[in-house]
Write a new protein. Structure first.
Length: 106
């Protein structure tokens, strides 16, 4: 389980995150939800990655806005390369969401 505040991995039975001290709220973990989230981000990156839609979906809004502007200004050339890198990161399980958690396929 991960802390919703800092993204640090914590024990499933923890009450407070050791790293940031925030109270842990138990979340209903569903492998289908995580798998759907991974697949959705992957497909958004593949089809609309050049405008950063996958970044908005994973709550990386600052980077998403930069990728959107860059995609419009460069007609998708530079941001297309950027989205290819993101696509590879998502496939490899190294892509981080806005809260610092890794986006992984379950």
């Amino acid at each position: 389980m991960f802390c919703t505040n800092c993204g640090n991995e914590i024990n499933d039975k923890a009450v407070v995150c050791v790293k940031c001290g925030v109270a842990v709220t138990p979340m209903a973990a569903s492998s289908d939800t995580n798998s759907n989230e991974w697949l959705t981000a992957l497909l958004l990156c593949f089809f609309f990655g050049w405008i950063g839609i996958h970044r908005f979906y994973t709550k990386n809004t600052d980077i998403a806005v930069a990728q959107l502007v860059l995609g419009i200004l460069s007609c998708g050339i530079i941001s297309g390369i950027w989205s290819l890198v993101d696509f590879i990161l998502i496939l490899s399980g190294s892509y981080k969401k806005g809260n610092g958690q890794l986006l992984t396929q379950n």
